[in-house]
Design a protein around this ligand. Structure first.
Ligand code: UDP
Ligand code: MG
Length: 319
C-alpha cells in the first residue's frame, strides 16, 4: 500500500491503557486482515494512555507500514477518541472496534460482504454477552429500550460501536461537530442503508473495563439530551395538566363561595393565591424549557438534511 493510494479498509481502534491486550489484539487483527485480500490500514487512537500502550504501538508502526497511531494529547474519552480515529482514517470503508477483542475480528469479512451488497453502515448486534455482570446487562437493556421509545431516530438496540461505515457516511460525520456526542446515535441519525449483523460479545481479553457506572450514566444523559426532546415535552404536558386542574378547582371554589355555599377563611384565599402563583411559575419553567430545547437543537448545528441520490430520467446519481 503506498501512501498516495487510500486503502480499501481502515480499522479504527480507540484505546486507553490497554498494554495487556495490545499484542494479542494486533496479531489477531493482522491474521484476519491478511486473509481478506484487500489493502488496509489500522488506525490506533491512543486516548492519552499512561501505561506502555503508546510505546508498543509506536514499535508496531516501525515494522508495519499498515499501522498508524493517532496519539491524543490527553484522555478525551472513548467517544472523542473514536471521532479522532474516524477523522484520520483514509479507507473507503472504515471499521471501528474496541482494543480488547470484545468485538471479534472474524466478523470483518461479513461486514465487508454486506458493504459490497450496498449497505453503507453495517453494525454488530450483540446476540449474547458472555460474562458481563447482571447489573450491566440490565442497565444496558433498559437504556436501549428507553432510547428506542424516546429517541428521534430509532437507535438499534444492543449495538455497540463495532461497525463498518462507508466513506459517504464519514463525510457527513466529519461535518458533525456537536459535543457531547454519541457516536452510534449520530451514525443512525445520518441514515442511508444500514444493516445489523448478530455476534456474540466475548468477555474482555485482559485488563479492566474503563466504563464505570458514573460514566455510563453520563453517556446515557448525553444521549437522551442529544437525541430526544421528550423530557421537556413531558414537563410541559404536566404543567398544562396541573394548570387546567388548578383553574377548574379555583373556579369551583369561587363559584361555591359566591353562592354562599362555602365559607372561605383567610388561609383559603392565601392558598388560592399561592396555587395561582405556583402554576404561573411552573408554566414559565416549561415554556423556558421548550425554548431551551430548541436553542440546544440549534447549537448542535447538524446538517438540515442529507441527500442520498438525485433521480433524473429514472436514473439515480450520487451528488
Ligand atoms: N477507551 C478509550 N478512552 C477512554 C475509555 C475507554 O479509548 O477514556 C477505549 C478502551 O481502551 C476500549 C474501548 O474504549 O478499547 C471500550 O472500553 P472498555 O472495553 O473499557 O468498555 P466496555 O467494553 O467494558 O464497555
Ligand atoms: Mg470492552
Amino acid at each position: 500500500m503506498s501512501a498516495a493510494a487510500p486503502p480499501v479498509l481502515s480499522v479504527v481502534i480507540p484505546l486507553l491503557n490497554e498494554e495487556d491486550v495490545l499484542e494479542t489484539t494486533y496479531s489477531e487483527l493482522k491474521r484476519h486482515l491478511d486473509g481478506i485480500n484487500e489493502s488496509y490500514e489500522i488506525v490506533f487512537v491512543d486516548d492519552g494512555s499512561t501505561d506502555r500502550s503508546r510505546a508498543i504501538l509506536a514499535a508496531k508502526s516501525l515494522v508495519d507500514p499498515t499501522v498508524r497511531v493517532v496519539a491524543l494529547s490527553r484522555n478525551f474519552g472513548h467517544e472523542m477518541a473514536t471521532t479522532a480515529g474516524l477523522h484520520h482514517a483514509r479507507g473507503q470503508a472504515v471499521i471501528v472496534m474496541d482494543a480488547d477483542l470484545q468485538d471479534p475480528p472474524d466478523l470483518i469479512p461479513e461486514f465487508l460482504k454486506r458493504w459490497r451488497e450496498g449497505y453503507l453502515v453495517v453494525y454488530g448486534v450483540r446476540a449474547k454477552r458472555e460474562r458481563e455482570s447482571t447489573l450491566k446487562k440490565l442497565t444496558s437493556f433498559l437504556f436501549y429500550r428507553l432510547m428506542g421509545r424516546i429517541a428521534d431516530v430509532p437507535i438499534p438496540p444492543d449495538t455497540g460501536d463495532f461497525r463498518l461505515m462507508d466513506r459517504r457516511v464519514l463525510e457527513v460525520y466529519a461535518k458533525l461537530n456537536e459535543d457531547p456526542r454519541f457516536f452510534r446515535g449520530l451514525i443512525t441519525w445520518i441514515g442511508f442503508k444500514q444493516i445489523g449483523v448478530p455476534f456474540i460479545r466475548r468477555p474482555r481479553l485482559a485488563g479492566v473495563t474503563k466504563y464505570r457506572y458514573s460514566r455510563l450514566l453520563k453517556l446515557a444523559l448525553d444521549t437522551i439530551t442529544a437525541f430526544s426532546t421528550l423530557p421537556s415535552l413531558l414537563i410541559t404536558i404536566t404543567a398544562l395538566l396541573i394548570f387546567t386542574l388548578s383553574v377548574a378547582l379555583t373556579a369551583g371554589v369561587l363559584l361555591l363561595w359566591s353562592f354562599g355555599e362555602l365559607e372561605l377563611p383567610g388561609w383559603g384565599w392565601a392558598a388560592l393565591g399561592f396555587l395561582a402563583l405556583w402554576n404561573i411559575q411552573f408554566l414559565a419553567l416549561a415554556i423556558l424549557g421548550e425554548y431551551l430545547v430548541r436553542t440546544h437543537r440549534h447549537t448542535q448545528r447538524r446538517p438540515l438534511y442529507i441527500v442520498e441520490s438525485i433521480i433524473e430520467n429514472g436514473q439515480a446519481t450520487i451528488p
